[in-house]
Design a protein around this ligand. Structure first.
Ligand SMILES: Cc1cc2nc3c(=O)[nH]c(=O)nc-3n(C[C@H](O)[C@H](O)[C@H](O)COP(=O)(O)OP(=O)(O)OC[C@H]3O[C@@H](n4cnc5c(N)ncnc54)[C@H](O)[C@@H]3O)c2cc1C
Length: 367
């Protein structure tokens, strides 16, 4: 065995933000934890993301997943604070209203209906007439027909890899980057096999995002590719994250404006696709025409872990005995800390203190 691969209470395979949240929450419960990541910490979907900490914009019914997103959004500020306390660094999180825009009469009616059901569900949301929306957000395009405002936030995920890595180390977690896990032997004494050697852990959590089926064949998770764009726009001052059909636009504290993302089922093809870039450019410029004169700073892609039945996998898989924490698809940043806390409670034998049945891997036994 490689000396670096010390045996631990919990081995977390996959160092995306969900695996890191599980590791930090488990460590806070007093467990000895290792994270095994084949690339670098938060180097995949978790730094490709738009970083919107939001739950309400695209929801039209009250479902368990909607509640998980809401609770995830509400739990996230504590995570940002924890990362900042552990590292002394600014993680780029800010709370602030996000705005959903309607550009046609039909979209206005849909937005009104959406706001009406959310208000009936006692959620914090407001419908704005175009003049009031433009008063609050002077950069809005001239043709909007209405807007809805939600109490959300955003985080600059592109800053995350070194910050989250540092937070794990500061918390006393063993971090193995560049460590490809090739298999997990299950049973009473689970063993994580890597190219560098084996690691024994009392409990193993698979948080390998879109790559989960590599270690657990047959699990219904597929990659959902997203294209994102960033513009250098320090002279613009956007007060809200803007949601439009087909994408969201957010400005970071350093002036960059990011727009994304597409949703494509094309496997793990990282290449930029011309039509997708065009679609993102059109969406961004139609939402904020002033971007047309700004330098395009970067374009990138990432792979969301999309569960084909629409629900994340959180909890113990009764077939393998492994814990799963993945499948958060479009809202994995938002739900990361809440998921980490739930899984940590399960790992320490506590009640999850959350109705996780809809997300339980128990449902895989029927697959
Ligand atoms: C373009 C885009 C925009 C998005 N925007 C938002 C947003 O605005 N808000 C939001 O909440 N969510 C957003 N998401 C979704 C969010 O990014 C994901 O749901 C979340 O990052 C998933 O985290 P994860 O830790 O499960 O997966 P990942 O971050 O992909 O991490 C999985 C890790 O496991 C590692 N791994 C895999 N197999 C192995 C192995 N065998 N051995 C060792 N390591 C392994 C990988 O290298 C990877 O680092 C977006 C995603 C994309 C792609």
């Amino acid at each position: 065995m490689n000396d670096d691969l010390k045996n631990v209470d919990v081995a977390v395979v996959g160092g995306g933000i969900v695996g890191c949240a599980v590791a930090l929450a488990a460590r806070r419960c007093g467990l000895g934890v290792a994270v095994l990541e084949r690339g670098r910490i938060c180097g995949e979907a978790s730094s490709a993301a738009g970083g919107l900490i939001c739950a309400q914009y695209d929801a039209d019914h009250d479902t368990p997943l909607f509640r998980l997103r809401l609770d995830g959004r509400d739990a996230f500020p504590e995570f940002a604070q924890l990362l900042e306390e552990l590292t002394g660094l600014n993680v780029g999180f800010s709370r602030g209203p996000t705005m959903g825009l309607a550009r046609t009469d039909e979209q206005r009616q849909q937005l009104r209906n959406h706001v009406a059901w959310q208000r009936e569900a006692a959620l914090d949301v407001e419908f704005l007439e175009p003049d009031e929306a433009r008063r609050r957000e002077p950069l809005l395009p001239p043709d909007i027909t209405g807007a809805a405002v939600y109490p959300d936030g955003q985080v600059d995920t592109q800053r995350w890899p070194p910050i989250v890595h540092r937070a794990l180390l500061a918390a006393g977690i063993h971090v193995h980057q560049g460590t490809d896990v090739t298999a997990v032997r299950t049973g009473p004494n689970p063993t994580v096999q890597t190219v560098q050697g084996d690691l024994h852990a009392d409990q193993v959590v698979l948080a390998t995002g879109a790559w989960l089926p590599d270690l657990l064949p047959g699990v219904p998770v597929v990659p959902s590719k997203g294209h994102m764009l960033a513009f250098d726009a320090p002279h613009l001052r956007l007060r809200h994250v803007l949601h439009v059909p087909g994408g969201s636009l957010a400005q970071r504290s350093d002036g960059r404006v990011v727009f994304g993302a597409t949703k494509e089922r094309v496997g793990f093809d990282r290449r930029l696709r011309a039509g997708a870039v065009q679609q993102m450019l059109n969406g961004a410029l139609a939402t904020l025409p002033a971007l047309a004169d700004c330098p395009l700073a970067s374009i990138w892609t990432g792979f969301r872990p999309e569960p084909t039945d629409g629900l994340p996998l959180i909890g113990r898989d009764p077939r393998s005995g492994l814990y799963l924490a993945t499948g958060h698809h479009t809202h994995g940043i938002t739900m990361s800390w809440h998921t980490g806390q739930i899984v940590a409670r399960l790992l320490t034998g506590q009640d999850p203190a959350y109705p996780i049945h809809p997300f339980s891997p128990q449902r895989l036994t029927a697959v």
